[in-house]
Design a protein. Structure first.
Length: 162
């Protein structure tokens, strides 16, 4: 079947167009939209779960950072520093020197729960030589549980997911 074309190369009104010049059919558009909706519907819950995991990891990293920073302060200032964790009031307090001068108070995030093994270990002391009193914490952020340990010999703070 011949198609009449105008001077610009387009089909003339009232004449059938060649198959290659036609647009998409309504059925093709509907199928494409359904596939896109299905892909989006499946990916949204996955992104939501991964953002919770990232937020939990960040909260535990913040908890560990306070401990690491207290150790660094103890070594650099040549004064012992003590971190007191008060889960009931949801705060962490960093105290310096023998008189216990408060250097920093930081709130615990709402979703974060901290348990110490043994419970009196909610206080950890960092010495100017880099050593510590040692501690082991079970930190829950939402549904994710981490173990944060403070090595008594090196004062190193480690967090591992359980």
């Amino acid at each position: 079947m011949a198609v009449l074309e105008d001077a610009k190369g387009g089909a003339v009104a009232g004449t059938p167009r060649a198959r290659s010049e036609r647009g998409f059919t309504l059925l093709e558009l509907i199928v494409t939209m359904l596939i896109l909706m299905l892909v989006i519907g499946l990916s949204v819950p996955v992104v939501g779960r991964s953002s919770d995991a990232v937020r939990s990891r960040a909260e535990v990293a913040g908890f560990s950072a306070v401990l690491r920073h207290a150790r660094e302060r103890a070594v650099s200032s040549r004064l012992s520093h003590t971190v007191v964790i008060d889960p009931a009031n949801r705060v962490m307090t960093v105290q310096a020197g023998p008189d216990g001068e408060v250097k920093e108070t930081r709130p615990l995030p709402e979703r974060l729960t901290v348990e110490a093994t043994p419970p009196p270990a909610l206080t950890v002391r960092f010495e100017p030589q880099g050593t510590s009193s040692g501690a082991e914490y079970k930190v829950k952020a939402g549904d994710i549980v981490y173990r944060v340990t403070v090595d008594p010999i090196t004062g190193r703070v480690r967090s591992t997911r359980l």
